[in-house]
Design a binder for this molecule. Structure first.
Ligand code: FAD
Ligand code: FES
Ligand code: FES
Length: 1350
């Protein structure tokens, strides 16, 4: 106990809480620590750091406390990366380690996610499990829909979400019996756990547990119980905390003092003496400020124990909400009030504003944020894009400020919310004051309140524009209604939330009349000006939303007035009605269909992911989890896009706490110049900083945080140089890398002569950030002499080994690179991971100590490059009945500042520039643009998707010009068996037509076109579109050398096998497939085969795990190694035919037979060499992969929002090695492709500064973006003679199929444009963001704000 100077209250300086059931008492904890920093520092590394800004959910933990008012135990999922450690006093904290573990058994939640294939790379998994667990603890009787909507605070980049949702919904009380087997267990498509002995060969036909259709797989349904969580077997809330005395606390840190007072008087006393003290409730604003803006607040006050700030009281005319009430508590209170069962009319009338708040809270952040964030925090932050502030403005809330006067008396000051927001993030609150409460008035009869919000992604995204309207009417005469009071409040249109006084004045006293709408829109235009170039951009779009939202409100209110009055002037036409329906998302569903061949098991068997159990328990280790004590390093980055470095001064940084050193180019012991192919990159910029974010040096310190803070203190002087930061600018200035690749086939001139139509155009598709959940990280450990061991999250261990050796000036044989797994890669860690590893290696070299580098999410996004954006200029010749005759194409890819592997990306684009179509006369030219942007790199599909989306765009244009439906054009032009591509490779084993026919049939496409048309006829402001898209994808590295792999197999005398191969496991299930191959070869159960790691000292000279061929290559190498051993065992087997594998191994050892072998494979007959004349040599691909998808969407014409109603996908993967893993790849890739073509927009400012550098600004698809119906099937009976066990690679080909959503959106926009008689072609760059969708649906709302007026 210490006595605080500010008053005489005794305050405790011990933080007491329970961690996974164990009591923890920490004396004077560091107030700057987040819960995540603390738990990871004590070795609980299951909770992951994915973003550090509350946007990904990887760090989710459960906190529980006893509610003082009613004694309830409240369980909440929160983001531990933001939740302050000091806030935990009196709480129970449960991390993933507090559930189950591999040795003692998994918790049911962990088990169902693992067995339901809900974990691929596993980095997101602990957070998802904790979000589900916390939800089920609080809501054991949740139904499927409630469970499905609980994941808005979590992201996963691998799975496409469907398997996670299926597993999670097995806990719902309404899981229907038709989804269960006779034991009441849910049929999740999980067949064999890796422990199972799965060598059955019975081939009696039966019902497939996966597809629910007859087949002869005889798979065993895994018995995943479909039962709610048994609460009685869950750990109880610690009895110690039941009666825990909640005292005042004060914790003294080095820079910050933390206070937790227990009374209003106490908090105000502290505030009076420390007027700069910051109140912290959820820390969801302050946490971001301190992390990203390096702000330190010396005095922090937590108000969570002050009763007046934490209660909600009902009053005569409204409710009084304490400022620290969390958004979840507020929502649950309001829902209680809204509940209409048995409510009086008076009660129903009162809750209009409450409904608006609840509807807005649905879209406010994610669950974990709402569980921590407070209403007061939102108000005082005064963000111009806050969601709640416009609602409270419209509602006419009244805020109460409190302070203490000289005599210690509490002084209250009431502030109407209309005068609270003063300027950008400045509010009317005095230094000594705090916000005590918010009064929210009830609504009255004839008072209508509605809130709206539009953001880039529907869930967990800040608003582009949000608003709330409140109008009170009086019944005038003849059932007409006159406006008595009116507030129209908007966020996102000014530096603060604003109301529209002109419009309000105009409306007050006027009759509610449709004829006034145009005048109202004009007034709104005046009230809500937005100059070109205003922060936030999207000017026309944002302005159009202001009137579109009002129109929605107008219709919604009119509908209600009509119901009251039956006055026909308020009635809506049928076509308008859908505008008034609030957004609701039904339960998603889907089917997965595949074939398995029992006689080949475990090949073709759906064996569970090898490390699923470790991933769901948080035991799976990623680089940042490796328990080797290390120093930390981080980049010192350029703040200019292109500049000469004049001087570097690190003296201040070197004096900062914990800092060990600063290194720059001159400290690189070997070669500073590096690069995966051409050495045009540098570890540290030596003379010129070539992009915004370029590493100029690095700081080494004891902790990551210390290194980060010190890195900002390094002073750099620059001389700025002209910069090119767009692909358009690069083309205009002819800023190209000095080479051009060309392919010419046929006679292009003749082709155009034979064409009836020549169609020309341009298409642009944007970049895509990889957004692997695990950011780049490496740990470099110096050994004896020059030895270095590197643990890296890389797809390319050999290249890492080689480049680090060159940078350090040591031979490759003294550098080892190893890893167990990556938390996602998608191409982003094929080469760009190596640069941060080199920085850690330089630091470790000098320090002679282990050094770790873990890139923060923003640094990762700003430095490691993206998928290449492309611009294409095309000219296509086609006959009048749709036969494509000629293609003349110029492709421009933005490579960024260096080559990296962009040549390969461009080449793949050139190869895929006809997608699945035979074009007899082709001329394709590819160029790489050089810009002052991060070097762009591999991304799943590697240039293929970009080329194919270009193709499908001009196919759509042909369809428009010829007035022939696009699916007919597509089918007419498919390659026939054996036809030659433009690079003169025969398309053999061609499954395109089969795939196409199957998708048309499965999706019922032709029939659904009519239904879509019918819907569009009946709805003016909602439109639907449906599209079916094919893909043909070439399989192999296009660089011949890379098509090789090695493996090392050891058999031990207990009959177990250790496999090592050259590939890396990054969630795609490569290790599982390799295990299946070895198990099959030796005839042993999969449980007897193990893969520990990838390491360059076990398998040397590996090629990157990329191009979807890792199973093909490594699988063959593993098989080769196994066969070598089997050959040696053959004589023993002949002598002892009845020996088991284990006995054979013992016998081999006794007989001195080598039980280890390496294996090797090089794909025969691949390799293509471009020639200047355009006719190259060789064949680039080993085989082709075929697929198709059909998607249907609905767009909201007034906002540009879209929902994917259904997607059907089919892919030819030969005889799938592991069908559920392959289905997982298809689903994950499809959703990634959907993101690429619809929501994921990389935005760079003209200064070269990347704006989209975290989950708050860059929007990958979330749980509720998954198609409402998502059916995935693998093509049956399509063995591939060219790869291991007749299989095909799978990782990349399905990504492009996600663009079927983009093309469906295009159709929906086309339908919307028809309403305004626009039947011409329109360009729609990819991604089809909500802004692009809305502004393409040209109508009066858009015309009002564009020059494009009709
Ligand atoms: C991932 C993420 C998503 C988000 N999404 C949204 C969104 O969709 N919509 C949206 O509007 N916002 C969003 N936010 C912003 C944020 O969550 C809200 O503003 C939240 O309400 C802040 O509450 P808090 O308790 O966490 O505030 P804190 O960070 O604890 O405090 C915020 C500020 O309020 C002050 N403060 C708090 N209480 C008082 C008081 N009683 N008296 C005086 N000052 C006080 C603090 O001193 C501080 O300046 C998001 C934030 C994150 C991190
Ligand atoms: S790490 Fe906490 S939300 Fe991303
Ligand atoms: S499994 Fe979810 S991010 Fe990899």
């Amino acid at each position: 106990m210490i006595v605080n100077e500010t008053n005489t209250i005794k305050k405790n300086n011990e933080l007491t809480f329970f961690l996974n059931g164990e009591k923890k008492v920490i004396k004077d904890p560091n107030p700057e620590l987040t819960t995540l920093q603390y738990i990871r520092s004590i070795g609980l590394t299951g909770s992951k750091l994915g973003c550090g800004e509350g946007g990904c959910g990887a760090c989710t933990v459960m906190i529980s406390h006893r509610n003082d008012s009613d004694g309830r135990i409240v369980h909440r999922a929160v983001n531990s990366c933001l939740y302050p450690l000091c806030q935990l006093d009196g709480m129970a904290l449960v991390t993933i380690e507090g559930l189950g573990n591999v040795r003692d058994g998994l918790h049911p939640v962990q088990e169902r996610i693992a067995e339901g294939y809900g974990s691929q790379c596993g980095f997101c998994t602990p957070g998802i499990i904790m979000a589900l667990y916390a939800y089920l603890r609080s809501n054991p009787n949740a139904n499927q829909k409630e469970i499905e909507h609980n994941f808005d605070g979590n992201l996963c980049r691998c799975t496409g979400y469907r398997p996670i949702l299926d597993a999670a919904k097995s806990f719902a009380i309404d899981k229907t019996t038709d989804e269960q087997d006779e034991d009441g267990d849910v049929k999740i498509p999980t067949i064999a756990k890796i422990e199972d002995d799965d060598t059955k060969t019975d081939s009696e036909p039966g019902i497939c547990p996966s597809s629910g259709k007859p087949c002869n797989c005889k798979q065993k349904t895994s018995h995943i119980p479909s039962k709610p969580l048994e609460l009685k077997s869950e750990p109880i809330f610690p009895p110690f905390l039941m009666d825990y005395k909640k005292e005042s606390l004060v914790f003294q840190g080095d820079r910050v003092t933390w206070h937790t007072p227990t009374s209003l008087n106490e908090i105000l006393t502290i505030k009076k003496t420390h007027s700069n003290a910051k109140i912290v409730v959820g820390n969801t604003e302050i946490g971001i400020e301190t992390k990203f803006r390096n702000v330190v607040y010396p005095t922090i006050i937590s108000p969570v124990r002050v009763p007046e700030l934490n209660s909600i009281q009902k009053q005569q005319d409204g409710i009084l909400v304490g400022s620290s009430v969390t958004l979840t508590e507020l929502k649950s209170f309001l829902l209680g009030e809204i509940k209409s069962d048995g409510a009086s009319d008076d009660q129903k009338t009162k809750v209009g504003t409450f409904k608006a708040i609840v509807s807005q809270l649905k879209w406010f952040a994610g669950n974990q944020i709402r569980n921590a964030a407070s209403i007061g925090g939102n108000l005082v932050t005064a963000s111009p894009i806050s969601d709640l502030n416009p609602v409270l403005l419209a509602a006419g809330a009244i805020l109460t400020m409190v302070s203490q006067d000289e005599s210690g008396t509490i002084v209250e000051r009431k502030v109407p919310i209309g005068s609270f927001f003063l300027k950008y993030r400045i509010v009317d609150i005095k230094p000594e004051e705090i916000l005590q409460s918010v009064f929210i008035p009830y609504t009255r009869p004839l008072e209508f309140v509605q809130a709206y919000k539009q953001s880039r992604r529907r869930e967990d995204d800040i608003a582009i524009v949000s608003c709330c309207f409140r109008i009170l009417f009086e019944n005038f005469e003849n059932n007409q209604f006159k406006v008595r009071e009116c507030v129209l409040a908007y966020g996102g249109m000014n530096v603060k939330a604003v109301t529209c006084q002109n419009t309000e004045q105009f409306l007050i006293g006027s009759i509610w009349d449709r004829n006034q709408l145009d005048e109202i829109y004009k007034k709104l235009e005046v009230d809500l000006p937005l100059a070109q170039g205003a922060p936030g951009g999207m000017i026309e779009y944002r302005r159009s939303l202001t009137t579109s939202f009002f129109f929605k409100y107008f219709l919604t209110v009119s509908k209600q007035l009509y119901e009251i009055s039956k006055n026909p002037s308020y009635s809506l036409s049928d076509k308008e009605l859908s505008v008034t329906a609030p957004y609701s998302r039904p339960l998603s569903k889907g089917q997965q269909e595949y074939q398995t061949q029992p006689e080949k098991h475990p090949i073709t068997q759906p064996v569970i992911h090898q490390s699923a159990d470790k991933q769901v328990t948080g035991e799976a280790l990623y680089v940042d989890d490796i328990k080797i004590k290390s120093l930390y390093t981080c980049f010192v980055q350029s703040t200019k896009a292109h500049a000469k470095i004049l001087s570097i001064d690190a003296s201040r940084a070197l004096k900062a706490p914990g800092v060990k050193a600063f290194y720059s180019a001159k400290d690189v012991p070997g070669e500073n110049n590096c690069g995966p192919v051409i050495k045009d990159d540098e570890v540290f910029a030596s003379d010129i900083a070539i992009f915004h974010g370029a590493p100029i040096g690095c700081i080494v310190a004891e902790t990551h945080q210390q290194a980060l803070e010190a890195s900002k203190m390094v002073q750099i002087e620059y001389e700025e140089l002209p910069a090119i930061v767009t692909i358009e600018d690069a083309i205009a200035k002819k800023s190209f890398f000095p080479f051009t690749h060309v392919i010419k086939d046929g006679d292009i001139v003749k082709g155009f002569e034979e064409s009836d139509h020549i169609i020309e155009g341009e298409f642009k598709c944007g970049a895509q950030e990889h957004f692997y959940l695990e950011p780049n990280g490496s740990l470099v450990v110096p050994g004896e002499g020059k030895e270095m061991t590197i643990y890296a999250s890389t797809q390319n261990p050999t290249k890492t080994q080689g480049i680090v050796a060159s940078v350090l000036g040591v031979p490759q044989n003294q550098v080892v690179c190893k890893l167990k797994r990556l938390g996602g890669g998608f191409g982003g860690k094929e080469t760009r991971s190596i640069f941060s590893t080199c920085v850690a290696a330089v630091a470790a070299y000098h320090q002679r100590e282990p050094v770790r580098i873990i890139l923060d999410r923003d640094t990762d996004m700003a430095t490691t490059g993206t998928r290449h954006p492309f611009i294409a200029k095309y000219k296509v010749g086609v006959t009048k009945d749709g036969l494509i005759k000629a293609l003349d194409l110029e492709l421009y890819a933005d490579a960024g500042y260096s080559y990296d592997i962009s040549v390969g990306v461009l080449d793949r684009a050139i190869f895929h520039s006809e997608n699945a179509y035979k074009i007899p006369n082709v001329n394709v030219v590819g160029r790489l643009c050089k810009t002052n942007l991060p070097s762009n790199t591999a991304f799943r599909g590697y240039g293929g998707p970009q080329a194919m989306i270009i193709v499908e765009n001009w196919v759509e244009k042909i369809s428009k010009v010829l007035n022939i439906e696009s699916h007919i054009i597509r089918a007419k032009n498919f390659y026939k068996e054996g036809e030659l591509t433009h690079y003169l490779q025969a398309v053999e084993n061609n499954q395109m037509q089969r795939v196409w026919d199957t998708i048309l049939e499965k999706s019922n496409y032709l029939e659904r076109i009519n239904k879509v048309n019918d819907f569009n006829e009946k709805n003016r402001w909602k439109k639907r579109g449906i599209a079916v898209i094919p893909t043909k994808f070439g399989m192999s590295f296009t660089v011949k050398t890379l098509n090789q792999a090695g493996a090392l197999v050891h058999c031990y005398t207990d009959g177990t096998v250790l496999v090592t191969h050259g590939g890396t496991e990054m969630g795609q299930g490569l290790n599982t497939k390799m295990i299946q191959i070895a198990a099959r070869a030796f005839g042993i159960p999969v449980k007897d085969v193990f893969i520990s790691e990838t390491s360059t000292d076990k398998v040397a000279n590996t090629t990157p795990t990329a191009a979807s061929v890792s199973s093909d290559l490594n699988g063959m190498a593993v098989l080769d190694a196994c066969q070598n051993i089997l050959k040696r065992l053959e004589p023993l087997k002949e002598k002892n035919p009845n020996m088991t594998f284990k006995q054979l191994c013992i016998e081999a050892f006794v007989q001195r037979v080598n039980l280890s072998s390496n294996g090797f494979y090089a794909t025969p007959n691949v390799g293509y060499v471009f020639k200047d004349g355009g006719v190259g040599e060789g064949t680039p691909f080993n085989y082709f992969n075929f697929g198709a998808a059909c998607s249907e969407v609905e767009i909201d014409v007034l906002t540009g929002d879209h929902t994917v109603l259904r997607s059907d996908v089919i892919l030819d993967v030969g005889d799938s090695l592991n069908p559920t893993i392959d289905i997982g790849q298809v689903e994950g890739a499809f959703v990634q492709g959907m993101g690429w073509s619809c929501t994921e927009e990389v935005v760079t400012f003209p200064t070269g500064y990347l704006f989209t550098r975290g989950p708050s600004t860059y929007k990958i698809p979330g749980f509720n973006d998954v198609p409402l119906e998502f059916n995935v099937s693998l093509l049956n009976d399509a063995p591939n003679p060219k790869a291991i066990h007749s299989s095909k690679g799978v990782g990349e080909p399905p990504l492009f199929l996600g663009s079927s959503v983009y093309f469906a959106i295009r159709q929906a926009i086309t339908a919307a444009r028809k309403e305004t008689n626009l039947n011409d072609w329109f360009d729609l760059p990819s991604p089809a963001t909500c802004e692009r969708i809305r502004t393409s649906c040209l109508d009066s709302f858009i015309y009002q704000f564009t020059n494009n007026k009709n």
